[in-house]
Design a protein around this ligand. Structure first.
Ligand SMILES: NC(=O)c1ccc[n+]([C@@H]2O[C@H](COP(=O)([O-])OP(=O)(O)OC[C@H]3O[C@@H](n4cnc5c(N)ncnc54)[C@H](O)[C@@H]3O)[C@@H](O)[C@H]2O)c1
Length: 330
């Protein structure tokens, strides 16, 4: 028996990269999958049907159930049509995975309106368009799973103000959806994925790897910690009935590990018995709220966890180990 037997899923942007691995793994777990992909370049240009068709073929030849959709998540009517197609083809929609994405990296001072709008349109509006359409059906069905790709870039990647803002927006959208739909048996969670796809090939680090090794990171990744397919097992679990209690959470998928992000929490507060005078605040701030301020982690998030002392890790067996923040816990 598969963990997702009988479930119907929509995976946006699943013709390539991380979405492709998710679509194939959901199908392997028994889900019927609508493979959506507009088939665009990394910056969102050109359109082709081949990426979605190829993934559908792979699923069908492995004995699974799948159909293709070539619409754009950025268009509300096409997003609605995707969800309708899942219901028309498979009878219902149990799972929505928001993966479709593009990049138009630029520093904030150089960014054009087009670069800003295009990235917000696909990532943030696209996630909203598909989530709204699925939420209508899932609320009626009294159940469902929505999992959306955010990114560590939301935590402060300097050259990605458009992408970082969209990915931070997806966290807010996920938390709002989780609190709004929990009562209907629908969960919404976010994943900050990673994996050497063409997105990573396009970065300065990706280009440096090509110059040194003669191969792109995406070509070297298969079967390693950088394999984009490493994200999929977490998605299958979150999409399953067994994860009914997991709602409004964000996980970083990195290497062969999954990291739970802390909920935003208050860490310091200073209070007066009257409205503050700015001069007074300037005097008190450095030794109170302003003490030991850390910059946002950006893409360095979570990467130093493997260097935590051995005694902080617990062996769970079968090559699995577990760490959680020492002291009072989470
Ligand atoms: N690769 C990483 O390390 C990484 C890190 C953090 C977040 N992410 C996020 O994970 C997701 C997948 O990234 P990837 O690296 O696999 O990228 P990718 O470029 O390999 O795949 C993205 C797919 O989305 C499709 N797409 C683009 N615009 C679309 C639209 N409007 N409608 C439908 N499909 C569209 C593209 O055609 C492409 O096949 C993205 O949301 C990305 O932001 C990736």
């Amino acid at each position: 028996m598969g963990m997702l037997d009988g479930k119907a899923a929509l995976v946006t942007g699943s013709g390539r990269g991380i979405g492709r691995g998710i679509a194939l793994t959901l199908a392997e777990a028994g889900a019927k999958v609508l493979v959506n992909d507009l088939g665009v370049s990394l910056s969102g240009e050109g359109e082709e049907k081949t990426p979605a068709d190829q993934v559908v073929d792979e699923i069908l030849s492995a004995g699974g159930a799948a159909a293709a959709n070539y619409g754009s998540v950025a268009d509300p009517a096409q997003a609605n049509a995707m969800v309708e197609q899942v219901v028309d083809t498979f009878g219902r929609i149990d799972i929505l995975i928001n993966v479709a994405g593009i990049l138009r990296d630029r520093m904030i001072f150089n960014m054009t309106d087009d670069e800003w709008n295009a990235v917000i349109a696909v990532h943030l509006n696209g996630t909203f368009n598909c989530t709204r359409a699925a939420a209508i059906k899932m609320r009626e069905q009294q159940g469902g799973r929505i999992i959306s790709m955010s990114s560590v870039s939301a935590l402060g990647a300097p050259g990605q103000p458009n992408y970082g803002a969209a990915k931070a927006g997806i966290l807010g959208l996920t938390w709002s959806t989780a609190n709004g739909l929990g009562r209907y048996g629908v969960t919404a969670n976010a994943v900050l994925p990673s994996g050497a796809t063409r997105m990573i090939d396009s970065t300065p680090r990706g280009k440096a790897v090509f110059e040194e090794a003669g191969k792109w990171p995406s070509e070297l990744a298969r079967g390693t910690e950088q394999d984009p397919d490493n994200v999929a097992p977490l998605i299958v679990y979150l999409a399953s009935d067994q994860a009914a209690h997991v709602n409004g959470q964000a996980f970083h998928s990195y290497g062969y590990g999954y990291t739970l992000l802390a909920q935003p929490q208050a860490v310091a507060r200073v209070v007066a018995d009257r409205r503050w005078d700015p001069e007074e605040l300037a005097r008190v701030f450095p030794e109170t709220l302003g003490k030991d301020l850390a910059p946002p982690p950006g893409t360095a998030f979570g990467k130093d966890l493997d260097e935590r002392p051995a005694e902080e890790w617990r062996e769970v067996g079968q090559g699995i180990r577990f760490w959680q923040v020492p002291g009072e816990g989470r």
